[in-house]
Design a protein around this ligand. Structure first.
Ligand SMILES: *[C@@H]1O[C@H](CO)[C@@H](O)[C@H](O)[C@H]1NC(C)=O
Ligand SMILES: *[C@@H]1O[C@H](CO)[C@@H](O)[C@H](O)[C@H]1NC(C)=O
Ligand SMILES: *[C@@H]1O[C@H](CO)[C@@H](O)[C@H](O)[C@H]1NC(C)=O
Length: 465
């Protein structure tokens, strides 16, 4: 922004305020040092974020943190006191363990509602509750109740409540609410049903670490939901039922569950992550069933669990009813346990145009059983099948975190040898290779090997980043 400062010199202040309101609060604050004229403009931003992490350093001693929290509260109070604008559009408040500070929190929230806030995010979850920590019954209990006056704030379009108790039946005032995000809270099956009934405009729903559901049932008459995110919720019966005719995007992270889709839907994109599972299971058929229910999607992201488990079903080599997927994203460790799963998806996606391979660490199951025996070093090179997508539709391959391991090179060799219509190969080397980490082939060694690969496409661009 500093480079463009001249450009802004002649704009009137009210336009600068509009521009600055698009910036995250912290970035807006930084503009105060640009020049004298800019010094106070950020104080009029309509995008207000009061987040204790701006002040509290993680890992500090308890007494340090106490001081830092006090400093944050002092800053927030002063900031609000000096705010002169009539309207705030977005307001986010993040403060862990609010128990002794209810008065302050309520004043901050009232500041936002008094200025007609449309997007309100209240986050009282503790950043130290980490993802694997399922202490639902102990420390994770929500200790803050949503202030009653919020239920009368009918203009809300977006609401995020993390670790806050709320009254579902009061949601009926939120006639304009399009985007709802709930986290670290109890949400029974019937509460969710009531929520969906009470918020007829809802287009996006995100449930993170919600607990106490028997089944997760997303269905209501005339539901307009387009986006659904389910992130590590605890669902007693591991059953997810969805009846949402407008649904386009589904992101699921959690235990392997039975999914039921009722009625038509127009899903375009799904991201499925079962990496919380700690044991190998012969659950391939459950995964087929899910894939078949969403076979119309165009963009699919799958995890290493899925790659390892999917060949345990009745059709270990690929689905007989193909998926319509155009872009497949594999989150993989490129371990040999995943080979059959990768070839399963290549076979099941005959129209694939883009293949993204995101290499990273993953849980590899020691008791994995392949459907057929194979030699690790020649899985992709000896007696291979050329799947329909490989020599007909696959145009782009991008590999992120490429390390040039034998398994990675072998798959790449296969793709290059048969990818007749491939136009673009993007290799993003892992940081370890670039910094020449231990046991890593060097960048030059990898490049040398690549040069010897047979390339079927006459029109291939190689991009290295
Ligand atoms: C989900 O709710 C719908 C509508 O209330 C109901 O018909 C359906 O049986 C429920 N599904 C499950 C699995 O509970
Ligand atoms: C793709 O490969 C298969 C198997 O080698 C072959 O039968 C088919 O003719 C190829 N298709 C094209 C368009 O080259
Ligand atoms: C490539 O990877 C690095 C980290 O290894 C990342 O910072 C960068 O954004 C990536 N580039 C692309 C184009 O994805």
């Amino acid at each position: 922004m500093a480079d463009n400062i001249d450009l802004f010199t002649y704009l009137p202040i009210h336009l600068l305020i509009v521009i600055i309101s698009f910036l995250p609060f912290k970035e807006a604050a930084k503009t105060s040092i640009l020049s004298r004229r800019w010094r106070d403009i950020w104080r009029a931003t309509k995008n207000v974020e009061l987040d204790e992490s701006f002040f509290v350093k993680p890992g500090g001693s308890i007494s340090d943190q106490k001081v830092q929290r006090r400093n944050f509260l002092h800053f927030a109070q002063q900031w609000i006191k000096n705010y002169n604008e009539p309207a705030v559009h977005n307001f986010r408040l993040a403060f862990a363990r609010p128990t002794n500070f209810h008065g302050e929190m309520e004043r901050f929230i009232a500041f936002a509602t008094a200025r007609g806030v449309k997007a309100l995010a209240l986050d009282f979850a503790d950043p130290e509750w980490n993802d694997h920590d399922d202490d639902f019954h102990g420390n994770h209990v929500a200790l803050f109740d949503l202030p009653m006056h919020i239920y009368g704030h009918r203009v809300l379009e977006s609401l995020r409540l993390y670790s806050i108790n709320f009254l579902v039946f009061e949601f009926r005032n939120f006639v304009a609410l399009k985007d709802l995000s709930l986290g670290w809270v109890e949400l029974s099956t019937s509460s969710l049903k009531a929520l969906l009934l009470n918020c007829p405009s809802l287009e996006s729903l995100s449930l993170k670490k919600c607990r106490n559901m028997e089944v997760l049932n997303v269905s209501a008459p005339n539901l307009r939901l387009k986006r659904l995110v389910i992130d590590k919720c605890s669902i007693d019966e591991n059953t997810i039922a969805i009846e949402a005719p407008m649904l386009r995007f589904l992101q699921y992270c959690g235990a392997l569950s039975s999914f039921y889709f009722d009625g038509p839907h127009c899903m375009q994109e799904a991201n499925l992550d079962f990496m919380v599972e700690s044991e190998f299971a012969e659950s391939g058929d459950l995964l087929y069933y899910l894939l078949q229910e969403i076979c119309c999607i165009r963009v699919l992201t799958v995890c290493s669990y899925m790659l390892q488990v999917i060949p345990t079903g009745e059709e270990p080599l690929g689905l007989s009813t193909p998926l319509h997927v155009r872009h497949l994203i594999l989150k993989t460790a490129m371990h040999e346990n995943e080979f059959y799963g990768i070839s399963f998806f290549l076979k099941s996606c005959p129209h694939l145009e883009t293949l993204s391979i995101e290499i990273g660490p993953a849980k590899i199951f020691e008791d994995y059983e392949p459907p057929y025996e194979f030699e690790t070093h020649s899985f992709w090179t000896r007696n291979v099948l050329v799947f329909r997508c490989i020599n007909r539709t696959l145009k782009a391959v991008e590999i992120k975190g490429f390390r040039g391991t034998p398994n990675e090179l072998q798959l790449l060799k296969y793709l290059l040898k048969f990818g007749r219509v491939m136009e673009k190969l993007t290799l993003n080397f892992s940081r370890e290779v670039l910094s020449n980490g231990r046991n890593m082939a060097s960048y030059q060694q990898i490049a040398q090997q690549l040069q010897q690969f047979e390339i079927a496409s006459g029109n291939l661009r190689l991009l290295i980043c």
